[in-house]
Design a protein around this ligand. Structure first.
Ligand code: IMP
Ligand code: MG
Length: 189
């Protein structure tokens, strides 16, 4: 009997690079206005928010009269195993370096799916007594949300499919795609 296995491939494009840039510009304008003349720490949740954090930081810097100073740091969180499937509970693999206490912190994440990761990261940072704590998410996949998750700045909604590109991976691949696409499984005989 022939063994049939699945191979991953890039499927249909969900958001083009231009659409992603447009959403980031809109978010950056909102954030720049809200943190006008205040210091701001952008805290990217890696690795998924790799591209988004950098592009958002640059877009905010491009707005006239935004934050008085901006710092960028990262936290490496993981939940999805390297197998690309939904994994266990979220955990921090690498903590941020900059102090969170008495700071205006904006968590920057790639996508909120069932919401466990963002809830976990928010709770962790809240314990450190920041001056303020908000979150900004580029892609929102609301279909499998487990309870409410506070998202203060929301980019674009995505359907309930596994997406890749613009920082999001499948088994560590495809993060480098400049657009967001659906992962397609192809049957390879
Ligand atoms: P959640 O805990 O289910 O909300 O998922 C959070 C994290 O899982 C996100 O920050 C992503 O890094 C990853 N993730 C969720 N959905 C996808 C997807 O469709 N493709 C790739 N990564 C995803
Ligand atoms: Mg993420």
């Amino acid at each position: 009997m022939t063994q049939t296995e699945c191979r991953a491939a890039v499927g249909r494009v969900i958001y083009t690079s231009d659409e992603i840039s447009g959403a980031i510009e809109r978010l950056a304008a909102e954030i720049a206005a809200d943190y006008r003349r205040k210091p701001l720490l952008l805290l990217g949740v890696l690795k998924g928010a790799l591209c988004f954090t950098v592009d958002l930081a640059r877009a905010i810097a491009g707005k006239a009269d935004g934050p008085s100073e901006m710092m960028v740091d990262y936290i490496v969180a993981e939940r999805y195993g390297s197998g690309g499937s939904t994994g266990g509970e979220p955990r921090v693999r690498m903590d941020c370096k900059l102090a969170v206490a008495s700071t205006n912190v904006l968590i920057v994440d790639d996508i909120v799916d069932n919401g466990r990761t963002l809830r976990f990261v928010r709770a962790l940072l809240a314990q450190r007594a920041p001056a303020s704590l908000r979150s900004c998410v580029l892609f929102d996949k609301p279909a499998r949300r487990e309870g409410a998750v506070p998202v203060d700045y929301r980019g674009m909604e995505v359907p309930d499919v596994f997406v890749i590109g613009y920082g999001l991976d499948y088994k560590e691949e495809y993060r480098n795609l400049p657009y967001l696409a659906e992962l397609r499984e192809e049957k390879a005989v």
